[in-house]
Design a protein around this ligand. Sequence first.
Ligand code: SAM
Length: 247
Amino acid sequence: MNTNSGIRWNEQDSATFIDTSSIFVPGRSEQTETLLQLVPAQRDEHFTIVELASGEGILAEALLEAFPNCHYLALDGSEVMRKHLSKKLARFNARLEVRSFEIADREWRTTLPQATRCIVSSLCVHHLSDEGKRQLFQDMAQQLEPNGALLLADIVRPANARIAALFAHQYDEIVRAQSLQQRGDLSGFTAFQEEQWNYFQYDYNDPTSYDLPSSLPAQLQWLQEAGFKIADCFWMQAGHAVYGGFI
Ligand SMILES: C[S@@+](CC[C@H](N)C(=O)[O-])C[C@H]1O[C@@H](n2cnc3c(N)ncnc32)[C@H](O)[C@@H]1O
């Protein structure tokens, strides 16, 4: 997804992503709307949502608006992202808490709010190894209320090179269309190519990549093993899936 093979996410990646995510992420508003409809709560309920790697706050803004009584804990490893989110969502200050975290660590998992209804995450869990994802799903299952959910939007690993090539092509075509739609030209698509952002073209099978997506079937199985009674995929486009589990 980026040219920094083997190097973890850095503040330059954050700045690039803030400028380009509406073009670089396929069907962003559809993904957000899908996640929003899956949150297991009434619109006026008092409950807690935790977001892992909240970035610039696109999902946080949509959820805070849709659920006017929810308490929201936004976690992210990037100071640039945390500052951007805090400024953009200052109007929700009474219900919003922003904290730093490293997703691979386990300490933060024991300090989440006691009654967490929903844990969401977009485009970060793929940085964890297979074992890291399994452990995360188990730890999150322990933190959720009985009717809770873990909802993810992320890239998933294609089963073979033919499918990787298909996803790469689909992803290019979507970014090309989103660039034309949003900017009236191909400058967004050119930036996407220059950044070598298409995981399926540049990072698939690169053992040094910081992007480590796991296959969707494996992740659904790990969710079930972790105790999620329902584990399913709810939306998918160009290797980007919205999936998750309900306790
Ligand atoms: C591609 S962005 C996605 C941001 C946001 N979730 C979205 O969908 O717009 C990846 C996010 O994950 C965060 N991140 C990447 N690696 C991380 C890590 N190891 N621990 C904590 N946060 C991390 C970055 O700071 C960034 O905000």
